[in-house]
Design a binder for this molecule. Structure first.
Ligand SMILES: Cc1ncc(COP(=O)(O)O)c(C=O)c1O
Length: 291
């Protein structure tokens, strides 16, 4: 039996019903989070829940639960569904109201749902590296909000999949922004570069963790945007996200990066990131080095 959270209650999945006029369904009028679970424990949940509250606040939705309440509910859900290795998905919408672009009155109750999924770590890809395509970033100008409206991201990802690739690296004109569901980094002469956390990218929690790791281990990381030209001439390229962790990109539009194999910096960051996971969640069973 699978359980989900609907508006603060843990119930059986097949009992959870959402109204057809929920604004999430009609307009994508809401925000979401995906949190990783290792050994039955959430990783960086505080950061994710804070971003959830901030994204909601940015579109005028006030989350009717404290961070502590949400965290405790999610922990119970993980336990009930017996998730050891997986993800928790959490979303909130502006609630149910007759379809109208303008917001419903402020007292309209929000709809919040959460569910879990069993998800393996993509260790094979992490070890071999993955291919990517380049595509124009056609999204709106508030990519810092983790909005349910993901059409631009979906179209980019689908293009990648159709080209037999793992990710689509998006660019606005000459400037590389981020992946369709990840942040992108280049390594040049020992320094890592990534787009600044402004309105053009989602400030990834994995990205933030990488920044912390780099600062602790005296690895040079600069938040500065880089061009397609710099991307194509980088020593290494990598992407980061909650589910893909630290993923080396070894081919872009058919051009090999670092001779088509993950570079030393990417491997080092993977190891340091795994060490962070193990501090919070305990020992990992499968690491890329083991397969
Ligand atoms: C557009 C976009 N950028 C970046 C990320 C990475 O964010 P995080 O590390 O918090 O998963 C995601 C994750 O889904 C994303 O959708």
């Amino acid at each position: 039996m699978e359980f989900v959270i609907l508006n603060g209650e843990i119930i059986e999945r097949n009992e959870a019903k959402i109204d057809v006029e929920d604004r999430g369904y009609q307009f994508g009028d809401g925000v979401y989070e995906v949190i990783r679970v290792y050994n039955g424990k959430m990783f960086t949940s505080k950061e994710h829940l804070e971003r959830f509250e901030k994204s909601a606040g940015n579109i005028g939705i006030s989350v009717p639960y404290s961070l502590g309440e949400m965290s405790s509910l999610l922990e119970q859900l993980i336990l009930k569904n017996d998730i050891q290795l997986g993800t928790v998905y959490l979303q909130i919408t502006r609630g149910i109201s007759p379809r109208n672009h303008a917001f419903p009155h402020a007292e309209t109750p929000t709809t919040m749902v959460a569910y879990t999924r069993q998800v393996e770590r993509p260790v094979g890809n992490m070890k071999s590296g993955v291919k990517a395509i380049l595509t124009e970033d056609i999204r709106w100008l508030r990519c810092d909000i983790k909005s349910l409206n993901l059409l631009g991201n979906l179209l980019a990802k689908q293009k990648a999949v159709e080209a037999g690739c793992f990710e689509a690296i998006q660019h606005r004109g000459e400037t590389v922004t981020e992946g369709s569901s990840s942040n992108v980094f280049i390594v040049k002469d020992g320094t890592i570069f990534t787009h600044p956390a402004d309105n053009l990218i989602l400030n990834g929690i994995t990205r933030k963790k990488l920044q912390e790791i780099c600062s602790t281990h005296s690895i040079r990381l600069e938040e500065r945007s880089f061009s397609i030209e710099e991307l194509m001439h980088a020593d290494e390229v990598l992407m980061s996200s909650t589910t893909a962790e630290i993923m080396p990109i070894i081919d872009i539009d058919g051009n090999k990066v670092n001779g088509g194999v993950p570079g030393e910096m990417s491997k080092k960051l993977q190891e340091l990131f795994e060490a962070e996971i193990e501090i919070q969640c305990g020992q990992l069973v499968t690491t890329p080095g083991e397969i």
